[in-house]
Design a protein around this ligand. Structure first.
Ligand code: PLP
Length: 403
C-alpha cells in the first residue's frame, strides 16, 4: 500500500532559519585540525587552545567527589542551589566590589550559556547589539541566532584595542538594545581602563541600552591592570548584565559552569528559558563551584604568576621576529600580533598564513579574521614555557623564509 504522503527528503532536512544564520565556531575548527595532526603522532606547537593547561585545584575536585559520595546527583533548582547563588554574590562582592543578592544571580552551563540566555531573553528580531572588534567568536553568532543584528565597532592596535565610550556613542541608534564588552578581552588581551569603562556604562545608561560585561578573564591581569568589575561602580546595576565563568579562573572548562548577575526580572526570564531548555547545570559541578567560591584563591594566584612569565616570553619572542608587531596584552592569556607585513602572493591573508603555519611548521593558532580583525593571529599562551620557546622557533623560521 502507498504511504498517505510521500516523504520529501529535502524538505525534511531543511534546517530552521535560526540555525542557518550561524556558523561553526572558527576556533573549534582550528582545534580539530590540530587534534587530527596530533592523532597522527605529529608534534604540534599548539597555541590554539582557549583554556588553561592547569588542572582544576584539588579542593574543588574533592568537593565534587564528596558530592558524588553523598549522592547529590538529583535535579537542583533551575537557577542553581541557593548556597551557590549566595556564595557567588559574596565572592563577587569580596573580589570585585559588587553588591548583588542571590535573587539577582542565576547559574548556567558555562559563561557561553549565560551570554546565550541573556541575549535570547532580551534581543528581538532586528535588535542591534554593538560588539567591539576584535571580538570573541561567539558574540555575533549568538546575537544572530536570537534574530538580532551585530553592529561591529572596530578598535585598533594603536589604541591597545580599548573600547572608547565616544566611539560607542556614535554607533547607537534607536534600535540599539545592548553592548557586549569583555575586559580582559579574548582575543586581544585588552583591558578597558576603569574610568573609560565607567564612561561606556554612562553612555549605555543615557541611551537606555543594556551593557553586558563579560568578566570571564577578570582575575588574569598584568602590570598596572587589576581585576575590576563595572558592577563595583555605585548606581551601575540597572542596565548591567555581569557574566562570569568558572572555566578560566578555576581551570574548570570541562565542568561547564557560568553565572549571570543582573536585575531580578532578567534573572527570572533566564530561569524561565533555562527551565525549558537545559534545566539546572550539573549538580556535582555546582557543589565543586561552591568550594571554589568559598575556598582559597592561592591556586588562582599561582596560575597568574605562571601566565605572567609566559606572557613576557611570548611577547618578547614575537617582537623579535622581523615584520611582526605585537601590543602588550594587559589581561587573559592571549597575544594578538599583526603579521600583515608578511603578506605576499602566496600568503595574501591571515587565514592562509595560519593554514600554512599548521601545514609547514605544525604551529596551531587562530587567524584574526575569525575575531573580525584581519591581519592578526591569536596565540594562546596557556601552554608551557618550553612549548612557547619551540613555537617561537618555528614561527621565526616560517616568517624568516616567508619574507
Ligand atoms: N567569554 C569569553 C570572552 C571567552 O573567551 C569564553 C571562552 O572561551 C567564554 C566567554 C565562555 O567560557 P565558558 O562557556 O567555558 O564559561
Amino acid at each position: 500500500m502507498e504511504p498517505a504522503t510521500a516523504v520529501k527528503t529535502e524538505e525534511t532536512f531543511r534546517l530552521a532559519d535560526r540555525v542557518n544564520r550561524i556558523s561553526p565556531s572558527p576556533t573549534m575548527v582550528v582545534l580539530a585540525a590540530a587534534e587530527q595532526l596530533k592523532s597522527q603522532g605529529v608534534d604540534v606547537a599548539d597555541f590554539g587552545a582557549g583554556e588553561p593547561d592547569f588542572p582544576t585545584p584539588e579542593h574543588i575536585k574533592r568537593a565534587a567527589i564528596q558530592a558524588l559520595d553523598e549522592n547529590r546527583t538529583k535535579y537542583t533548582p533551575v537557577p542553581g542551589i541557593p548556597a551557590l547563588r549566595q556564595a557567588i554574590c559574596e565572592w563577587h562582592a569580596r573580589e570585585l566590589g559588587s553588591s548583588y543578592q542571590p535573587s539577582e544571580c542565576v547559574v548556567n552551563v558555562g559563561g557561553k550559556h549565560s551570554i546565550f540566555n541573556a541575549v535570547c531573553c532580551l534581543i528581538n528580531s532586528g535588535g542591534e547589539v554593538i560588539i567591539p572588534s576584535p571580538y570573541w567568536v561567539s558574540y555575533p553568532d549568538i546575537v544572530k541566532y536570537a534574530g538580532g543584528k551585530p553592529v561591529i565597532l572596530t578598535t585598533t592596535a594603536e589604541d591597545n584595542f580599548v573600547l572608547r565610550a565616544a566611539d560607542l556613542e556614535k554607533l547607537i541608534t534607536p534600535r540599539t538594545r545592548m553592548v557586549i564588552a569583555d575586559s580582559p578581552s579574548n582575543p586581544s588581551g585588552a583591558v578597558i581602563p576603569p574610568d573609560e569603562f565607567a564612561k561606556v556604562l554612562a553612555v549605555c545608561q543615557r541611551h537606555g541600552v543594556w551593557l553586558l560585561a563579560d568578566e570571564c578573564y577578570s582575575h588574569f591581569t598584568y602590570g598596572d591592570a587589576k581585576p575590576f568589575s563595572i558592577a563595583s561602580i555605585p548606581g551601575s546595576k540597572n542596565n548591567l548584565i555581569v557574566v562570569g565563568s568558572f572555566s578560566k579562573t578555576f581551570a574548570m572548562t570541562g565542568w561547564r559552569l557560568g553565572y549571570v548577575l543582573a536585575p531580578q526580572p532578567l534573572i527570572a526570564a533566564i530561569t524561565k528559558l533555562q527551565g525549558q531548555s537545559t534545566s539546572n547545570p550539573t549538580s556535582i559541578t555546582q557543589y565543586a563551584a561552591l568550594a571554589a567560591m568559598r575556598g582559597p584563591m592561592d591556586s588562582v594566584a599561582k596560575m597568574l604568576e605562571e601566565y605572567a612569565r609566559r606572557r613576557e616570553r611570548i611577547v618578547t619572542g614575537l617582537r623579535a621576529i622581523p615584520g611582526v608587531t605585537c601590543t602588550a596584552p594587559q589581561g587573559a592569556f592571549y597575544v594578538f600580533p599583526n603579521i600583515s607585513a608578511h603578506y605576499n602572493a602566496e600568503m595574501p591573508n591571515d587565514m592562509v598564513v595560519s593554514k600554512l603555519l599548521l601545514e609547514r611548521e605544525h604551529v596551531a593558532l587562530v587567524p584574526g579574521e575569525a575575531f573580525g580583525a584581519p591581519g592578526f593571529l591569536r596565540l594562546s599562551y596557556a601552554t608551557s614555557l618550553d612549548r612557547i620557546d619551540e613555537g617561537l622557533r618555528r614561527l621565526g623560521r616560517f616568517f624568516g623564509q616567508a619574507r
